[in-house]
Design a protein around this ligand. Structure first.
Ligand SMILES: NC(=O)c1ccc[n+]([C@@H]2O[C@H](COP(=O)([O-])OP(=O)(O)OC[C@H]3O[C@@H](n4cnc5c(N)ncnc54)[C@H](O)[C@@H]3O)[C@@H](O)[C@H]2O)c1
Length: 424
């Protein structure tokens, strides 16, 4: 396919799909397809529903937004970036990926390319998606269409490591297809691309990037559980250990969101299917998933240390998004802390400068509030930039009596003298 013949069909326009679609739309005509009409309307007005991109990012882009799959027919290179969540039993939920593959299959023509960007387990593209593409299109694979896989490394909220300045791993089903896919991405990724030796290698590489983070954070969380019992401040220990050249800098914390807390389950699922039950990865997941309960229990202890009956106590949770400076509340473990605190009878107010109140209500039945009145415990849960400039007098002002600050991200270690203080 010649460069001037390329028409991109971008399927799934979320945190991953929209930036890619817009970047490609500076070079090629792009048909942006999504099933969410509400989001499409926002995009049509030149805005990112997730507030990650600015209106300027839409300027000069040759892109149309649609929920009608017939509009995709004129595309010849499809890029699929739909969600890959897990079910409540932590097994991969391939429904969005299968549905998107059906949509693409229904408009696929001889000679087209389909490149998947969704995070999946090794083998998923060829074993789960390609048969759907073939069946829906009636085309034979790999004679009549090609498939590629290029995992996404975008880090929402991160203004330093961007889509275009981060090396992108690319893969495809043949040497010729790999050249095409690599050149397509090279046209937008200034940092260049890494050609993986196979689609499975590219799928595996993405999943281990997040699994590695998850396991390392789990180790830090376990150390924090130990040091808490020993009465040692974990961040002091990490600061000291970090002076050695080969000590890796990971920190304890709540592991939520759509990636780190989810992707390892894709790998463990595949592993179990292959006859090996992973131990370290699943243990890491268990430690990280249980941390919310530990934090809530600590909050309850700090409230009762002040002589306040739990069922008459009030807590303020500052930050409900899954990480700093984003509006994303998917799989937020702070929500689990809130629910746990409420189950003890604590009245909880939640404040967050980035989260959207109606999404929070829709997803979890929780409300955002401005802090009002006095609290027995303040839980600083997320490292939003606007929280970095606060000081003890701010927290003290919101506290009834002595007050307790639970500083999950260790932002105020060594800076709190008058209140009860705890950090992971
Ligand atoms: N968010 C991240 O930071 C990040 C980073 C790297 C990789 N990923 C991976 O990228 C993939 C997409 O994640 P995301 O964060 O962009 O998700 P998202 O929820 O922000 O966006 C997905 C979009 O796909 C749409 N969609 C769902 N089903 C569809 C279908 N059948 N056809 C067309 N559109 C459909 C949704 O309406 C939504 O707009 C996931 O596999 C995720 O693991 C995400």
């Amino acid at each position: 396919m010649r460069k001037d013949e390329i028409v991109i069909g971008a399927v799934g326009l979320g945190y991953v799909g929209l930036p890619i679609a817009l970047e490609l739309a500076k070079k090629f005509p792009v048909i942006g397809f999504d099933i969410n009409e509400e989001k499409l309307d926002v995009m049509r007005s030149g805005k990112d529903p997730n507030d990650e991109l600015s209106s300027a990012d839409f300027l000069g882009c040759d892109i149309t937004f649609t929920s009608d799959s017939n509009d995709l027919k004129s595309a010849n290179v499809y890029i699929v970036a739909v969600p890959t969540p897990v079910t409540r039993f932590n097994v991969p939920d391939l429904n969005p990926l299968q549905a998107a593959s059906k949509t693409v299959g229904s408009v696929l023509s001889d000679g087209d390319y389909v490149i998947y960007e969704s995070t999946v387990y090794p083998g998923c593209t060829e074993e789960d998606c390609v048969p759907i593409l073939s069946e829906e299109s009636g085309l034979t694979y790999p004679e009549q269409f090609h498939v590629g896989y290029s995992p996404e490394r975008i880090n929402p909220g991160d203004k330093v490591h961007t889509l275009t300045n981060t090396v992108k791993v690319v893969s495809a089903d043949s040497a010729e297809a790999l050249s095409f896919v690599a050149e397509l991405y090279e046209s937008i990724i200034t940092a260049g691309v890494h050609r993986a030796t196979s689609i499975r290698v590219a799928e595996a590489c993405k999943i281990i990037e997040n699994t590695q983070r998850d396991v390392n954070i789990a180790l830090m969380n376990e150390l924090s559980l130990i040091f808490d019992r020993a009465g040692i401040n974990t961040s002091d220990v990490l600061e000291a250990a970090g002076t050695k050249w080969n000590f890796l800098k990971f920190y304890p914390g709540l592991v939520g969101g759509h990636c780190i807390g989810v992707d390892p389950y894709y790998l463990t699922h595949k592993s179990i299917e292959l006859g090996y039950t992973p131990e370290m990865i699943l243990t890491g997941r268990k430690i990280n998933d249980n941390l919310s309960k530990h934090v809530a229990k600590k909050a309850v202890l700090m409230i009762s240390d002040q002589g306040v009956p739990i069922n008459k106590s009030r807590a303020l949770v500052m930050g409900i998004t899954f990480k700093e400076d984003v509006s994303d509340i998917r799989n937020s473990k702070v929500v689990d802390v809130v629910k746990e605190l409420e189950s003890y009878g604590v009245e909880v107010d939640i404040t967050d400068p980035h989260a959207d109140s109606s999404s929070l209500h829709r997803s979890y039945g929780l409300e955002l509030k401005e802090p009002s009145g006095k609290y027995d415990c303040i839980l600083l849960a997320v490292k939003h930039e606007s929280y970095l400039a606060l000081d003890e007098s701010y927290f003290k002002h919101l506290s009834r009596g002595q007050g307790a600050l639970m500083d999950i991200k260790s932002l105020y270690t060594g800076k709190i003298s008058d209140m009860l203080y705890w950090t992971l």
